[in-house]
Design a protein around this ligand. Sequence first.
Ligand code: PLP
Length: 402
Amino acid sequence: MKALKKIYLDNAATTPVDPVVSAKMRPYFSQKYGNASSVHQLGEEARRAVEAARRQTANFLGCLSEEVYFTSGATESDNWAIGGVAEKMASRGIKKPHLITSAIEHKAVLEPCQVLEKKGWAELTVLPVNKDGLVEVKELEKSIRKDTVLVSVMFANSEIGTIQPIKEIGQLLKKLNAGRKEKIYFHTDAVQAINYLSCKVDELGVDLLSLSGHKIYGPKGVGVLYLRKGTAISPLIRGGGHERGMRSGTENVAGIVGLGEAIKRISPARGAQVKKLRNKLITGILKDIPDVILNGSLRERLPNNAHFSFAGAEGESVVFVLSRKGVFTSTGSACASHSLSPSHVLSAIGLAPEQSHISVRFTLGKQTTAAEIDYVLRILPPIIERLRKIAGYKSVKVRPRY
Ligand code: PLP
C-alpha cells in the first residue's frame, strides 16, 4: 500500500525539530547530564552549554548575554513579563498600574492582563485593531496615561500573520519616556516573528521580548524572556535562585542547548523561499475556488501565513478532510482549537462568528516544497465543492478583499 503523504502546513502551531538541533541536544540527556548548578565537572559542562546557548540567543537579539533568561516556553515568558512588571510597579507605590495590550494578542498575554484587572491589581486598556488586524499607533498614543507602566503588543499574529508596527511603537514610547519619572516598558511576544523578521531589540526599541523553542525548529518546553538591563520586574517563579535569582528551577539543559542551536540556524533566506510558495498557494486558491476571502493584511504579513474563509464550508471539516489526505492545517491558533467559541482574533478584525467557523489557516515552513503546494492546490477545490454541496451552500458571490 502506498504510504500516506504527510504535508505539514501547521508550522505556526509547532515545527519539527531540526535533526542538527536534536543531535546537539542528545548528549545532554544521558551522558552530559549534570545539573548546571553543581560545582563538579559534569555540572560545569552543563553550565557551559547553557551559557553558550545564552550567547547564541543574545547574538540573535543583539543584546547582552545577561539580558537573556531561559523559561519553560513563551506562555511563561508572557505571564512573567506582564505579572512581573505589574507587581514591581505596585511595590513602588503605583496603586493600580495601567497596562495596554491589543485585542489580537495570544491568550498567554491577554489572560494574565485580564486576571490582574479582575483582581483589581491593575487597570487594562485593550486596543482594537483595524480590519487587517493592525494596531493603530495613534490609538495607542491616545491611551497612554500617567500611570501606564507596560505596553504589550505582539510582533506577528499566530492566526492571521499580521505584523505589527513594533519599531514605530518603540519610537513613540522612547519619545514619551523622555519626560517621565517611571518608564513605560515595552514588551513584545515575538514567537511567530522570530523565524522571519529581524528581532534586534535595540532596533525595535523593546524592553522585554518573548520567544519559544518549538516554533523555530527547536524543542518544546523551553523559551526565553529578554529583559533589558534595569527593567523593573519581579520574578514569577521563586525558589532556588536560578537565572540570577529571576527564574528558579533546575535548567532544562538539553532544551536550552536545542533552543540555542535552533536560533543560530535561523537565516534571512528562510523567509524568501517560504514566501514564494505561500504566494503560489494564495494565488492558486483565489483563482480556483470561488467565494473565498483571504483574512489579514496582504502587505504586513508573515511570509509563511495564509488564512482563508471558505464560504459555506465549515473550517473544522476542511481541516479534517485535508488531514485524511495527509495535509495538516488548522482552523486557527492551536491553543484555542479546543474551544468552540469563535476566535478572538477573527472577532477583533470584524468577522462574524459564522465567518470565524469557516476559516482555515495554512502555515508553511522551511521544509515545504513546491510539489506539496501543487498537491494541495489539486485536492482542495473538490474538497470545498463537496463540503459546500453537503451544506446546501448557494454561492453569494463573496467579493474578494484582494
Ligand atoms: N505566543 C504566541 C504568539 C504563540 O503563537 C504561542 C504558541 O502558540 C505562544 C505564545 C505560547 O508559546 P509556548 O507554546 O512556548 O508556551
